[in-house]
Ligand binder design. Structure first.
Ligand code: UTP
Length: 310
């Protein structure tokens, strides 16, 4: 599904990207390399979400990092020496790639000293906001939501209803147990915009209130920071963003969800990350043909394009 280009609807200036987690599912690699910098072909997930935020009109990125993850900030800084070397060698295409991340938007980092949960990470970003910023976007860098554009749809919903807007995917009922699942009611007749009554973490399929699973895009009213301060630790002893959103709903704050009819890649685990890498490589002219032939051979599948089968 694509999103139509419409008038400028942005409801936020700052996009928060929480990237201070331990990345335990990628150990041992994440002993030394933040999972947010692992490349999808050649570009880290954190650059892909920064690009998405910039395309949605964000002026700055607040990157929540942790001690030992300094390479994340370095990734968004200019590399003068490297750029000079590429200039001298006439490597203009590579130069453009190297300059892409630093030129996307202004990046500020804030530290989360200890991995106390996604909610706690988002709370650290409040200090970086200007007093007049009444809402903020949050993008999880291990979640690719494709094609880009869902933040624009979410901004339109906030402009209409106020409050906070989340993003969901419609998943097969048998798979709901892997996700946070929304309890929803119709909003205005648009099947892709629903009012959220609550959320259930990892329900059994029979108990799930819907098949709409949460994805890592949030457009949050500034009230979320008070809610984060008001809640205590939840699942896993961590401060959970979903608990703060549940509190907002209980307080009568409007929360809606935009159902994204597209693709999602979960980069937070090796299996999802590999799928994303293969998907992106198959879209790259320099890798697609060779990868396709190799994959088919590896899987023992005849290439229908050459075998004559329909
Ligand atoms: P995840 O739970 O997917 O990341 O959080 P994780 O904790 O690093 O990974 P595992 O479970 O140990 O493998 C989603 C996003 O929230 C950030 C993560 O960096 C990731 O981008 N996060 C999570 C924080 O910034 N701080 C936290 O305390 C927890």
């Amino acid at each position: 599904m694509g999103y139509p280009a419409t008038e400028f609807v942005r409801q936020f200036r700052t996009a928060v990207v929480p990237a201070a987690g331990l990345g335990t599912r990628f150990l041992p690699a994440t002993k030394a390399v933040p999972k947010e910098l692992l490349p999808i072909v050649d570009t880290p997930g954190v650059e892909l979400v920064a690009q998405e935020a910039a395309a949605a009109g964000a002026e700055r990125l607040v990157l929540v990092t942790a001690p030992g993850k300094e390479s994340l900030a370095a990734y968004f800084a200019e590399s003068r020496e490297l750029e000079q070397t590429l200039v001298e060698r006439g490597k203009t295409a590579l130069l453009a790639k190297v300059r892409h991340a630093p030129n996307l938007l202004t990046v500020r980092t804030v530290l989360q000293q200890r991995p106390l949960g996604l909610g706690h990470a988002v709370l650290q970003a409040e200090q970086a906001l200007d007093p007049d910023e009444i809402s903020v976007a949050v993008l999880l860098p291990d979640d690719l939501v494709l094609p880009c554009g869902v933040l624009d749809a979410m901004s339109r919903v906030r402009r209409r209803y106020g409050g906070s807007v989340l993003c969901a995917f419609d998943v097969p009922r048998a798979e709901v147990g892997a996700y946070g699942v929304f309890d929803v009611a119709p909003a205005d007749g648009d099947p892709n915009v629903l009012r959220v009554n609550g959320m259930v973490e990892k329900p059994a399929p029979a108990d799930a209130p819907s098949t709409y699973a949460a994805a890592g895009r949030y457009l949050l009213d500034r009230a979320v920071f008070d809610a984060l301060r008001a809640i205590g630790p939840g699942a896993g002893g961590e401060l959970q963003l979903t608990d703060a959103i549940a509190l907002l709903i209980a307080q009568g704050h409007p929360v809606h969800v935009v159902v994204h009819r597209g693709t999602r890649h979960d980069l937070g685990n090796p299996g999802g990350y590999l799928r994303a890498a293969v998907d992106f490589a198959l879209n790259r002219t320099e890798y697609a043909a060779g990868l396709r032939v190799w994959l088919l051979d590896r899987l023992g599948v005849d290439d229908v394009r050459h075998s004559g089968a329909a």
